[in-house]
Design a protein around this ligand. Structure first.
Ligand code: TMP
Ligand code: ASP
Length: 261
């Protein structure tokens, strides 16, 4: 499928114009960044795995009635998607306290939360995606109160579904990040799930060993990043065939480049 002009290049993905109006092609890169671009590297094969894992999860969500931007996966690194107007908020759902929550508030790492906690971050790299309140989102017209109610329901449904899906393959869904967009539908705006769901955007711990099977392996220099992502794909029943995996040569991650902003 012919790609059009580049619309946007993010840290881990590139968006190109799609073959028809209202569509786009989402390309998954091997680039990995953390701490708002302070730590950068390339992890060979990551894009391919995230493309497959995200396809699997978004398709499964579609099957339970959650509308997503995914039309279909095109090849190893690309998906055809519906072009949406992205809401500039990252919706973070947490089941277990870790990461920035424990750092900011001094909550002991691994604390099980009594119910899922939803946090909002304003999507702005220059400001370092700051945590914001629902009131900021409404005040600055990033989303309406009605949209936020709907998105909260989606977040909780997605969390319930994904917790079960991962639990079934021996993985704890610790936390994850979602993005939503608006789709023009006969003059009305419909909210749909956008972006990706992958080990880049989730924290996944093995139930038995609590071994991290996600991007924390990169953030914390734990090594074996690709092996962990492959393990998630394998447990979900994706890329279980040797033939699939061998299409990509997974090398060692290249040296990490720490640069000051
Ligand atoms: P945090 O503990 O660093 O705030 O991250 C919470 C969850 O959100 C974790 O699963 C990683 C994911 N996340 C992203 O996908 N993108 C981001 O830019 C950040 C900061 C977190
Ligand atoms: N994606 C963010 C960054 O590049 C943060 C993260 O995932 O830790 O810097």
């Amino acid at each position: 499928m012919n790609k059009g002009k580049k619309i946007h290049e993010g840290k881990a993905k590139i968006l190109y114009e799609g073959p028809e109006k209202g569509t786009a092609i989402q390309h998954f890169k091997d680039d990995a960044t953390a701490f708002n671009n302070l730590k950068k590297s390339s992890v060979e094969g990551k894009g391919v795995l995230n493309n497959r894992i995200s396809e699997h999860i978004l398709n499964s969500l579609n099957q339970i009635g959650i509308k997503t931007h995914l039309i279909k996966r095109l090849n190893m690194r690309e998906q055809l998607i519906k072009l949406v107007e992205i809401i500039p908020v990252e919706f973070i759902v947490r089941n277990i306290a870790t990461g920035s929550l424990t750092k900011k508030l001094g909550i002991p790492d691994g604390t099980i939360l009594s119910k899922p906690l939803i946090e909002y971050s304003y999507k702005n790299d220059q400001l370092g995606d700051p945590l914001v309140a629902r009131e900021h989102i409404i005040e600055f017209n990033w989303a309406s109160s009605l949209e936020l109610d709907l998105i909260k329901d989606y977040c909780l449904r997605i969390n319930d579904f994904m917790q079960g899906m991962f639990r079934g393959v021996g993985i704890k869904l610790v936390d994850f990040k979602l993005e939503f967009g608006r789709l023009d539908k006969a003059g009305n705006k419909e909210i749909i799930l956008a972006d990706e769901i992958s080990p880049d955007t989730c924290r996944l711990w093995d139930v038995q060993s609590e071994k991290k099977l996600d991007k924390d392996r990169f953030r914390k220099d734990l090594g074996n990043i690709i092996q962990a992502y492959q393990e998630v794909a394998r447990r979900l029943g994706i890329m279980h065939e040797e033939a699939n995996i061998s299409e990509v040569q997974f090398g060692k991650p290249k040296a990490v480049n720490l640069k000051k902003k």
